[in-house]
Ligand binder design. Structure first.
Ligand code: F6P
Length: 440
């Protein structure tokens, strides 16, 4: 169970410098749309969850709110900043980079910002340490494009070498834009910084289209990615309804978490089945998925299936396979397997089937952010700059219960955000698809 101590954000020292943003700040206490810096954003949001804690209000677990502080830790005129993007692509990376640079230069007056190229590799001598100076003109318009102007890579690098690099460039603040693997790396960097007695802030902006980082409600780029995925579902559905016994099958990214599959399916409201890693299912037998699908196609003339790539891995023989550079298990192709099993099942039953399979794969994460995600990216970047300039470290910025908050990295990597099979999202999927709660 998460306690107040787990949510405590580490600070490099007392904030003594007047913030250049102080004039913009309201001076009163928390209101409906503003959380005072001394307040906390509660972890729980129902009466029963709060009551179950059995502690006085002031001991309820809650996050430090994001936003500008009246006093800051770093003197902007002497502050040097580094920015790195790591791991798989995600819509909005360039929006975050640009917003970090503009906030640091235009509002805080920071004069030197380094961009490390190709993820953590850009900080390592053996890869030819690749650093670029970032300024407002260099980042102009980059948010119009997908990908990251800095480049990215998977895999962590030696944290000692990274801190050597930060020290040699006299960097005081490092922003890491990355997923859970990159945040594990960021935590190690912050630990080495602490061991060396250095005052370098390490602040993360959590990134993943899978939306699988806990305590941040929703990761940037997720909304754009599932919106793009709806195009594949729409196409497969058109195909499925145009042919006798048509079946549309779309496989979407989502290694451990089926959020993209659920949201894309709900957005179209055309899916009859959604299969995700969090909800196990049987393929064979009278109560299995294949029998149910065949019965539906025979009675209704078509069916639309959405699968998350991490679903059904247990059906694939060699699923105990290798790891990628980030330590993720390399998945087997369940979509293709299912396509084959459906064809086999219909053929064995002597029923015609016209199956159209689409896997939009990387096309959903290489696009620019949509306007909603762009706004979110900018606001996350602003919150990250405010936190770092106030000397916060070993933390990521997030949004919880609709408020910007500071989450210690240790907490953000302590678990995975999963679709709850007993929760209201999965209930909505069952309601929209009409699929049975269990294929057994
Ligand atoms: O982690 C996000 C993600 O988009 C997963 O859904 C997907 O399995 C993975 O990245 C693929 O990334 P790559 O092929 O670049 O390693």
């Amino acid at each position: 169970m998460v306690t107040m101590a787990d949510e405590q954000v580490r600070t490099l020292g007392e904030c003594r410098i007047d913030s250049p943003l102080a004039a913009l700040l309201r001076t009163g206490p928390t209101t409906k749309h503003y959380v005072d810096e001394s307040d906390r954003v509660l972890l729980d949001d129902t009466v029963s969850l709060v009551a179950a804690r059995g502690v006085p209000v002031e001991e309820l677990p809650g996050f430090e709110p994001g936003g500008p502080r009246r006093k800051i830790f770093f003197d902007p005129s002497k502050t040097r900043v580094g920015i790195v993007t790591c791991g798989g692509l995600c819509p909005g990376l360039n929006d975050v980079i640009r917003a970090l640079v503009l906030e640091l230069t235009n509002h805080y007056g920071v004069r030197r910002i380094f961009g490390f190229r190709n993820g953590y590799q850009g900080m390592i001598a053996r890869y030819g340490r690749s650093v670029v100076d970032l300024d407002a003109s260099l980042v102009a318009g980059i948010n119009e494009y997908g990908g990251t102007i800095l480049g990215t890579s998977r895999g962590n690098q030696d944290p000692d070498e990274i801190v050597d690099c930060l020290e040699q460039l006299s960097v005081n603040v490092l922003f890491v834009i990355g997923g859970d693997g990159s945040m594990r790396g960021a935590l190690k960097i912050a630990e080495v910084v602490a061991e060396r007695g250095r005052r370098i802030a390490v602040v993360g902006v959590p990134k993943t289209i899978d939306n699988d980082i806990p305590y941040i409600e929703r990761s940037f780029g997720f909304q754009t990615a599932f919106a793009k995925a709806t195009e594949a579902i729409r196409a497969a559905h058109v195909e499925a309804t145009a042919f006798p016994n048509g079946i549309g099958l779309v496989q979407l990214m989502g290694r451990h978490s089926g959020f993209i599959a659920c949201y894309a399916a709900l957005a179209n409201n055309d899916a009859d089945y959604v299969l995700i890693p969090e909800v196990p299912f049987s393929l064979d037998g009278p109560g299995g998925f294949l029998a149910h699908l065949r019965a539906r196609v025979v009675s209704r003339g078509h069916a639309m299936i959405v699968v998350a790539e991490g679903a059904g891995q247990e059906f694939l023989l060699d699923s105990a396979s290798s790891l990628d550079a980030s330590g993720n298990v390399r998945l087997q192709d369940f979509g293709r397997y299912l396509r084959h099993r459906i064809a086999e099942d219909f053929a064995a039953a002597g029923v015609e089937a016209n199956l159209k399979y689409i896997d939009p794969s990387y096309t959903i994460r290489s696009v620019p952010a949509n306007p909603y995600d762009s706004v979110y990216c900018i606001r996350l970047a602003h919150a990250a700059v405010h936190a770092a300039m106030a000397g916060r470290t070993e933390m990521v910025v997030g949004r919880w219960r609709g408020r910007f908050v500071h989450v210690p990295i240790a907490l953000a990597i302590s678990s995975r955000n999963l679709v709850d099979p007993d929760g209201d999202l999965w209930m909505s999927v069952l309601e929209a698809t009409g699929q049975p709660p269990v294929f057994a």
